[in-house]
Design a protein. Structure first.
Lengths: 399, 606
């Protein structure tokens, strides 16, 4: 098969769940012998490069202060237009679209040119500012060859909401890459946060508020911030900058105990997870929470929300502790901060148990790349077989 | 999956080339989109620094104090052996982490203990304005860390920037709220404590022992971050600000100074006001004049234990040795002689400075009478960044009248007043010994032939030291009296005056400051020569064109000359005519000498 992944952002410029999924899935499919292209965008000049066996085509990103102010979605739609041309020229058998892939013409391409597509929901509640945006999204959902969600709960919700059958295709975790590969210093336990520092939904400010208490009760602990710094163009709330200034950490010694690593590279992540005593993801509206499965694969217990995707993963106390975080109000409440501090300290104790590493790794096995990748391949083949194949005829001239 | 930008070819890296190179490097960095935009915002200053670094020092060990990921990455790819000093809260890429040799706070910068002479180039971008105290101490330690021939590039926020002016006009604070614990994706987020004016920056660098090679206003950042949402008014305002900054350099946001360590150390003794002084006296006349000069030197108000007298002579005058012995026997201060083939000139003076034990060398000769406070007055002006002190020279009775000397060659004060301030005559000048010797001393190539020294051989060194970043002072209290001996007999003076006049263009060529400050309109030796040249042009034009109005050009010269002649009674007319003729002949000789010198030096002086 020849498969295309159109998505407006990709590594190294944005490193969040969707980009990780695209990376893992595309590389898996390429290793299975399929021809895979990623069509994406970046600031600066256009370029084509390779992410392993996968060709990555970067379009020039449409960035301007006035469009960020008056029409933030213009950037997505501009990418959609640019990507459409490449998708038409590419003679693809199937396209794997995601919630914000922005290829709004996909239903038309499917209907008239026979390019089937899998539509993958990566968030539970989609926010679209206008009626037209909402209508386009619904068309994309309803006319897709296949629709998938990340968790069973997410699939059930989407199916009820849009009236289409929704499969479950969770993000995979590469168990070969993510494995215990560095010793844990439990005398100086590391608390790891790999979420997006600039995205208030990831709960960074809540963790920093809880850090005051964690540091007071466990002065030898260190907080390692190893996430990126916000999605450009989408997160301009005041909270982004509050987090950067770390004003919420009041104690100077607690502030000293925070290490800002930045997002680093994929190769560094397993080591970070392995060294950590606990990985914290105090997020809300999380469709899945890849941080959770990756951390578990590295043998590190987690603290996360009891709701959403993480709540569906961490369902046993031997692999982590959950905190009832449901909405933004929980992220700003002192009660939640106190609960989070308790949970982190409890999980540090859990990490000290010798059997925890094995328990965590065993728990992550169902989300392994081999399992999920095989499932995806079958889904895409099924979708591709439903296509009419006219896309090849149409785009052949430009190839 | 990244594409690495390669260092540009061996051709010099232009500013546009540096910008393209930096963009290529930025394009290949494994960074988040937000970090990309922050670094892209800072790209103009990065490109400027990269361009200047490549021009100043194409290769070598380089220290980057602060900086950002893009600048560091560019320097690495240009082939520098890079070492980075990082401030807390700065974000560098993982690939640059091994290059970070120190992570220190601003307060610790001055005492960071830089290794002596370790770096060929040091770049300090946007740090000085955040230092808690004066940057002089930090710059001084930086100076010691630079290897001989090395350079420093310092960039700092401009006090005259448009944003600062506007803030001052509407009473807003100059600095944004301190964000001490911010995470910075570009330049270190250091709290700004003060801003520098360009003159202030140059001054503080000089006090720290640096010579400022260049100091320019730079646009250091783009008009806006592409990721920053702006409404139409803000957008238009930013664009307008950028336009104004392009048109008016002083309103740009950053000053970039290229610095070189000043030659010669400023030793503590010299700067504390009590240095040892070596007075170098050359013997030209000997006899009574030498005795008088040495006598005035022995009765200086400066502590005798802190100065010595070195008498330069060639041994031809036995009386000189006797006088030196007699003066030495008085015992007030050390008096010794130095026998040299020539008693005056660059070679003799350099040799004497090399033999001197003083941190300051005072130069004079036996034509001078020195006031008792001469040494004390001059030495008091030697602070840590002063290398030269000079003062006025007044003519003693019996000296040759000024009007008989070639214009622009006598150091005693004249109607223009400042000629004496630019000549630094060897009879009344004090040099910091280490600085003078480190910069090569007096230039032998300006001394002329074996027979007689060229005019101005003693002028160039002071200007050279000033160009090297040292302060050069002219103080009225450092005065002295000198006998300017007559030029010679009637037969000798035309040749001597012509030769002296021909030295003037060469000095103007060798010392551009002399040309701009001492010459009238940068071209004429004096107003008198200007008037004479006009008169000559008028006479010639009249002769050629037969039109009398050309003679009006002679009026200014005749007006000057009329002050030296008596027009009444008529009996004085023959004598007055002879005086006018003599003045005319003198001017013709000078003009011939100036033209000959101009041709040789390729610098027109009339």
């Amino acid at each position: 098969m020849k498969i295309v992944y159109p998505y407006p952002t990709y590594w190294p410029y944005i490193r969040r769940g969707a980009e990780r999924c695209i990376h893992d899935f595309s590389n898996y499919l390429a290793r299975r012998g399929h021809e895979v292209d990623i069509v994406t965008s970046k600031p600066g000049r256009e370029r084509v490069t390779y992410d392993g066996p996968v060709r990555v085509i970067y379009l020039r990103q449409f960035s301007h202060p006035l469009t960020y102010r008056y029409g933030p979605l213009l950037r997505l739609y501009a990418f959609g237009l640019g990507a459409l041309k490449l998708v038409l020229q590419g003679r693809y058998d199937v396209a794997h679209l995601w919630s914000y892939s922005s290829l709004v013409a996909a239903p038309l391409i499917k209907q008239f040119l026979g390019l089937p597509y899998l539509y993958h929901l990566i968030v539970r509640s989609h926010h679209w500012p206008g009626r037209l945006d909402r209508w386009l999204f619904q068309q994309l959902m309803r006319r897709a060859s296949k629709v998938a969600a990340l968790t069973p709960g997410g699939a059930q919700e989407a199916s009820q909401l849009y009236g289409v059958p929704v499969e479950v295709l969770p993000p995979p975790v590469d168990m070969e890459l993510f494995r215990p590969c560095a010793p844990k210093d439990l005398d100086h336990p590391q608390v790891l946060f790999t979420g997006d520092l600039g995205d208030p939904r990831k709960g960074g400010p809540l963790l920093l508020r809880a850090w005051n208490e964690i540091h007071r009760r466990c002065p030898s602990a260190r907080l390692v911030l190893a996430g990126p710094f916000g999605l450009v163009g989408f997160d301009f709330e005041f909270a982004v900058y509050t987090l950067e200034r770390m004003e919420v950490v009041r104690s100077p010694s607690a502030r000293e105990a925070i290490e800002v690593c930045g997002p680093g590279t994929l190769d560094q992540l397993p080591q970070l997870y392995s060294r950590a005593a606990v990985t914290v993801l105090p997020s809300v509206e999380e469709a899945f929470g890849m941080v959770v499965t990756e951390s578990l694969a590295c043998g590190t217990p987690v603290v996360c929300s009891a709701y959403g995707g993480p709540g569906e993963i961490v369902t046993h106390p031997s692999v982590g502790v959950t905190v009832p975080l449901m909405s933004y109000f929980d992220l700003v409440s002192e009660r939640a901060a106190s609960q989070l501090a308790d949970a982190v300290l409890e999980t540090i104790e859990l990490a000290r148990r010798p059997e925890t590493v094995a328990n965590c790794r065993e728990w992550a096995e169902p989300w392994s790349l081999e399992n999920v990748g095989r499932q995806l391949e079958e889904t895409l083949e099924s979708a591709a077989s439903s296509g009419l194949g006219r896309g090849r005829v149409f785009s052949g001239a430009r190839r | 999956m990244t594409t690495a930008a390669t260092a540009p070819a061996s051709t010099p890296l232009t500013l546009a080339g540096a910008r393209r190179f930096a963009e290529d490097v930025l394009d290949g960095l494994d960074i988040t989109e937000r970090a990309y935009h922050h670094l892209h915002f800072s790209l103009p200053l990065v490109a400027e620094l990269v361009h200047r670094a490549a021009r100043l020092m194409p290769r070598g060990r380089l220290l980057l104090v602060g900086g950002n990921a893009l600048l560091a990455e560019c320097l690495v790819r240009l082939g520098y052996g890079l070492e980075v000093w990082q401030f807390p809260g700065t974000y560098l890429t993982g690939a640059l982490a091994p290059l970070v040799s120190r992570c220190l706070r601003l307060e610790d910068l001055e005492d960071a203990g830089l290794p002596r002479g370790a770096y060929r180039l040091v770049i300090v971008p946007l740090v000085l304005e955040s230092l808690p105290g004066s940057p002089e101490g930090f710059l001084r330690s930086l100076r010691r860390a630079i290897a001989p021939g090395g350079r420093a590039l310092v960039a700092t926020a401009n006090q005259s920037a448009l944003g600062v002016r506007l803030a001052a006009a509407v009473g807003r604070p100059f600095f944004p709220r301190p964000e001490e614990a911010a995470i910075s994706l570009s330049w270190p987020a250091l709290p700004r404590r003060r801003l520098y004016h360009r003159d202030e920056l140059v001054d503080v660098c000089r006090r720290a022992g640096f010579q400022t090679l260049r100091c320019d206003y730079i646009i250091g950042e783009r008009a806006f971050l592409e990721m920053e949402p702006l409404n139409v008014q803000d957008y238009a305002f930013r664009k307008l600000r950028r336009l104004l900054a392009w048109g008016m350099p002083s309103m740009r946001d950053v000053i970039v100074a290229e610095l070189a360590p000043r030659l010669g150390e400023a030793d503590d003794a010299a700067s504390s006001g009590q240095p040892v002084v070596s007075v170098i006296v050359s013997v030209n006349q000997g006899g009574r004049r030498l005795r008088e000069t040495l006598g005035s030197l022995l009765h200086q108000s400066y502590p005798p234990r802190l100065y010595e007298v070195i008498v330069l002579h060639d041994g031809s005058c036995e009386e000189a040795s006797t006088t030196v012995a007699e003066m030495g026997a008085v015992g007030r201060c050390s008096v010794r002689e130095l026998l040299l083939p020539r008693t005056e000139g660059p070679t003799a003076r350099n040799r004497a400075m090399a033999e001197a034990r003083g941190q300051v060398c005072a130069h004079t000769d036996d034509s001078c009478n020195l006031p008792e406070d001469w040494l004390k007055s001059a030495v008091a002006w030697f602070d840590e960044d002063t290398a030269v002190v000079s003062g006025p020279v007044f003519a003693l009775p019996g000296s040759e009248p000024r009007y008989l000397s070639v214009p622009g060659t006598r150091p005693d004060p004249d109607d223009k007043g400042f000629l004496s301030q630019v000549l630094f005559p060897i009879t009344n000048v004090f040099y910091r010994t280490t600085a003078a010797l480190a910069s090569g001393g007096f230039d032998s190539s300006l001394a002329g032939g074996q027979e007689e020294l060229s005019f101005g051989w003693d002028t160039e060194l002071a200007w050279r030291l000033q160009r090297c970043g040292w302060r050069v002072r002219f103080r009225e209290e450092v005065y002295q009296f000198r006998l300017f001996p007559p030029t010679g007999g009637r037969r000798e003076w035309p040749a001597r005056q012509m030769r002296q006049a021909s030295d003037l263009p060469r000095l103007a060529a060798a010392v551009p400051e002399f040309g701009s400050k001492a010459l009238t309109a940068g071209l004429f030796a004096s107003k008198q020569t200007l008037y004479f040249d006009l008169a000559l042009t008028g006479f010639l034009a009249t002769a050629v064109t037969r039109r009398w109005p050309w003679l009006l050009l002679a009026l200014p010269w005749l007006g000057v000359v009329s002050q030296r002649v008596d027009l009444w009674p008529p009996g004085e007319w023959p004598g007055s005519a002879r005086t006018v003729a003599r003045i005319g002949v003198r001017h013709l000789v000078w003009l011939a000498g100036l033209l000959r010198g101009s041709l040789r030096a390729r610098r027109l002086v009339l």
